[in-house]
Design a protein around this ligand. Sequence first.
Ligand code: ADP
Ligand code: MG
Ligand code: ZN
Length: 635
Amino acid sequence: MPPTKPPAAPDGPKPLPDFKQGWKPANLWLMMFALVALFWLRDIWVTSTQVQPVPYSEFLQHLQAGKLESIRIGSQFIEGSFKAPQPDGHTRIVTTRVAPDLAKELASYDVRFEGVVENTLLRDLLSWVVPALMLLGVWTFIAKRMAAQGGIGGMGGLGGLLQVGKSRAKLHSETDIQVTFDDVAGVDEAKAELRESVDFLKNPKAYGRLGAHMPKGILLVGPPGTGKTLLARAMAGEAGVPFFSITGSEFVEMFVGVGAARVRDLFEQARASAPCIIFIDELDALGRARGVGPMSGGHDEKEQTLNQLLAEMDGFDASTGVVILAATNRPEILDAALLRAGRFDRQVLVDRPDRRGRADVLRVHFKKVTLDHDVNADTVAALTPGFAGADLANLVNEAALLATRRNADAVAMVDFTAAVERIVAGLERHQRVLGPHERRTVAVHEMGHALVAMALPGTDPVHKISIIPRGVGALGYTLQRPSEDHYLASRSELRNRLAVLLGGRAAEALVIGEVSTGAADDLVKASDIAHDMVARYGMSAEVGQVVYERQQPRFLDLPEGNMALSRGLSDDTAQRIDAAVRALVDEAFTRASAVLSARRALLDDYAARLLAQETLAETDLVPLAQAARNGPVPA
Ligand code: ADP
Ligand code: MG
Ligand code: ZN
C-alpha cells in the first residue's frame, strides 16, 4: 500500500477542477448555461438603459408640434430630445422605426401605430452558439479517443501523433511531501548515506563553503519492494524540497526525439526550482546497455534519450542544489556510461530487511491499523523471513482485512499467522522464501566461509555475514573487506582463498551431512583461481613454470568475456593441468574441513546465532574472530 498523505481537512480549500483532464459533461452544460444567460442579460441591459419606447404615432405628434430639439436615427430606434422637459419629467423620447412611406400613409388616419423590434435572441443562439457547441462536442470526442488510445500501450496512432511534442503530464512534481525517513524502516545504512545529501539540499550554499560538492547522482539499488521509491520521496520530504519524478519506461516513446525533449524539460523545470530532487524510477528501462540484445543498434530513440540524460547530468553544476536520484533493481544491465564519475557514481544499497529491520518496518505499518495487544512486531518479524518492506505492508493490510471479515474489534495474532501463510504461498511461487531446513543450510554454509576466513592467517577480515538473499542467485553472503589493496598474491594466500571458498561446502558436509547446490558459485570461483594458479602463475610443481594461457590485453570499455588465449596444448599437458587444478581444489576442501572440525562448537554456536539474527555485523563477530584464531591450522 502506498503511503498516503493525511486526508485534506474537509473545510480546507477545494482543489480547482482540473481542466487538463478533458471536458466533463458537467463543464459543457455550465458553458451552455452561461452563454444563454449572457444573451438574456444583454437583452435586459439594452432595454433597461433606454427610455421606454413610445408608439411612432405619438413621436410624430411631438415632432409636428415642434417640441423636439434633435433626433438621432438608428437602424431600429429613433431617439430624440425635447426642447423642454415634459410634464412627466422626461427629456428624451425613443420610438421604434416604421418605414417612412408607411408612416406617411398611416399618419393620415387617426390611428396609434408603432414598430416592433423582433427578439433576435433565439436566432442569434441558433446561428452561432449551436455550431460552436457542436464543434466543442466533436473536439471532446476526439480528445477522449486520444486519451483512451494513449492509455493502451501509449502509442495509439492518432493519439500518439497528436501528442507529439507535448510533454504528457507524466512528469510528476510534488512540493509538499509528508513522507519522512521515519516512514522508511529497516534500511538504516541507506538512510545514513542519504542523510548527507539531505543536509546539502537543506542548505546548498553552506555546503559549498569549502569548495566541496555533492555527488550529482545517487543510484538506489535493491530488490523490488524494499522501499526505494519510498526512500526517494522521504528524502524530498525530509529536506522539504520539490520532488520531480518520472519513470524510466515513460521516457521510451514512439517517436525519435520525444524522450530527449522530455529529459530536457525535466531538467529545465528542476533547475528553475532548485534546490530540489529529480527522481528517475526504474532507470534500467531507459539506461539498458547500448548495443546489446536483440534490438541491437536499432533503438535510436532510447539511445537519444539516454544520451540527453547523460548530457544534462554532465552539463549542470553540482552546486545548484539539484540532486538526481535513480532507482533500479537490475544494476547489472545498466549502461556503463551511466555509472561513470560525475553521473550515478554513488550507489546506495537498499537491501531486504533482516529480522530486526522487519520488526521496524512492521512497527511503521502497525500505526495504520488497530491492533490487539497480543500482537508483537518481533514475533511477526520472526514469522516472515525473506519478506521485503512491500510484502510486510501487504501483510499488515491482509491481516486487517481478515480481522474485519471476522468482525473483530482489533487485528489479532491469528490474523497475522493466517495472512503470513497466504502471502508466503505467493512468494514461494517466485522462489523468494526459503523453508526452515534451507535456511539452516544457508546459515551453516555462510558460517563455514566466515570461520575458515577467520582461522587462516593473512585472509581479509570478515565484515558481515547474512542469510538474506541478495541479488539474483545468492541465498546468503559473507563479505570480506580487504585491509589493503593487493597487487600481488603469494601462493599461500591463494591457497587460503581457495580454502575459504570451499569452507561453505565443507561446513555443509560436516554439519548437515550432505552437500547442496548452494556452493555452485563458490566452485566456479575456486576452479578459476586454481586454474590460473596452474596455467598462468606457474604455481604447480607437476605442471611447471610454463604459461599455458595468456590474458588478452583489454582496452578500457571492451566487454569483458573469456579472453584467455590458449596455446595449442598436447593432450598430455592438458591432462596434467586438469589434474593439478583438481588437486588444488581438493586440497582446499580438506584444509577447510580440518579447520572447521577443530572448531565445531564455534561453528554450531554461531550458525545458530546467524539463523536467529539473519545478519551478523563486524561488531557481533569480534569474539568469534578471536576464538577462531586459537586452534590448529592445517599446513
Ligand atoms: P521499491 O520502489 O523498492 O520497489 P516501494 O518504495 O515502491 O518499493 O515500496 C512499496 C511500499 O512498500 C511502500 O510504499 C511502503 O508502504 C512499503 N515499504 C517498502 N519498503 C519499506 C520500508 N523499508 N519501510 C516501510 N515501508 C516500506
Ligand atoms: Mg519503486
Ligand atoms: Zn558459498
